[in-house]
Ligand binder design. Structure first.
Ligand SMILES: C[S@@+](CC[C@H](N)C(=O)[O-])C[C@H]1O[C@@H](n2cnc3c(N)ncnc32)[C@H](O)[C@@H]1O
Length: 232
């Protein structure tokens, strides 16, 4: 088979899935205006002014509108805008954009993050999104949250890195992590990870991809989705 045909065979389902998600988003919309209007504009402007000249990479998050747009897509792709109220835990929640939208849609939300970045703390307060301060570490269980969750999510994940080596978690670390997440999931609970790319531009090793599949995930590039729960 020619290389171009091989590439087509691989990319076609991805293109189809992306196109399908786009179509679904445009049918089942989540208007941005009411979300923006519900934010305390005076407080937001004050935050934005303070970060306007900041050289820090994370200062971009003070411009909330594009991040709300991105997170609206995440909400739509998980169909959480068309669901009964759920309890959602977002790991590495950052400024809480995803959870803010969910909260506005009537879900009960909790973020978890190391909390090193003051801007994220300010945004979470602005959005009224609660957060647990916690550092996720390999082979260490998460804290007790007092109740179970219907969804556990993590977007642009980077807790799966060792510091300072930047070595990524392998199957053993992920296995421990998934087993621990299972303790926090309500019956029928679902898990979604949006992975960051590896330094070579890929998202996981072939072994790790097989591992996710063996645990019941569907794997589509960076998207690792356990929509039928974890198979452990
Ligand atoms: C790139 S930001 C993504 C934030 C958010 N998920 C989003 O997509 O907008 C990564 C976040 O993960 C958090 N984080 C990184 N390592 C973590 C760890 N080991 N435990 C908990 N949070 C972590 C960081 O503090 C940061 O808020």
């Amino acid at each position: 088979m020619k290389l171009s045909h091989k590439l087509l065979k691989f990319t076609e389902p991805l293109t189809y899935q992306r196109g399908w998600r786009r179509a679904q988003r445009s049918i089942f919309r989540v208007p941005l205006r009411p979300l923006l209007a519900s934010i305390d504009q005076e407080r937001l402007r004050e935050i934005q002014q303070r970060y306007a000249n900041s050289q820090a990479g994370y200062a971009k998050y003070a411009n909330v509108e594009p991040w709300l747009r991105l997170n609206r897509e995440r909400v739509q792709d998980l169909k959480l805008h068309r669901s009964m109220p759920k309890r959602v835990l977002d790991l590495g929640c950052g400024g809480g954009f995803f959870l803010f939208i969910l909260k506005k849609l009537g879900h009960s939300v909790l973020g978890l993050d190391v909390g090193h970045i003051a801007l994220f703390t300010e945004l979470l307060a602005l959005f009224g999104v609660p957060r647990v301060l916690w550092k996720i570490s390999a082979f260490e269980p998460l804290p007790d949250f007092g109740h179970e969750f219907d969804w556990i999510t993590a977007f642009s994940v980077n807790f799966n890195l060792y510091h300072p080596s930047k070595r990524r978690w392998g199957s053993a670390e992920w296995d421990f992590f998934l087993r621990d997440l299972q303790r926090h999931l309500a019956p029928g609970g679902k898990v979604f990870f949006g992975l960051n790319p590896l330094f070579d531009g890929d998202y996981y090793t072939p072994e790790l991809r097989d591992f996710f599949l063996s645990r019941g995930a569907t794997v589509e590039r960076e998207r690792i989705s356990f929509k039928n729960g974890l198979r452990l």
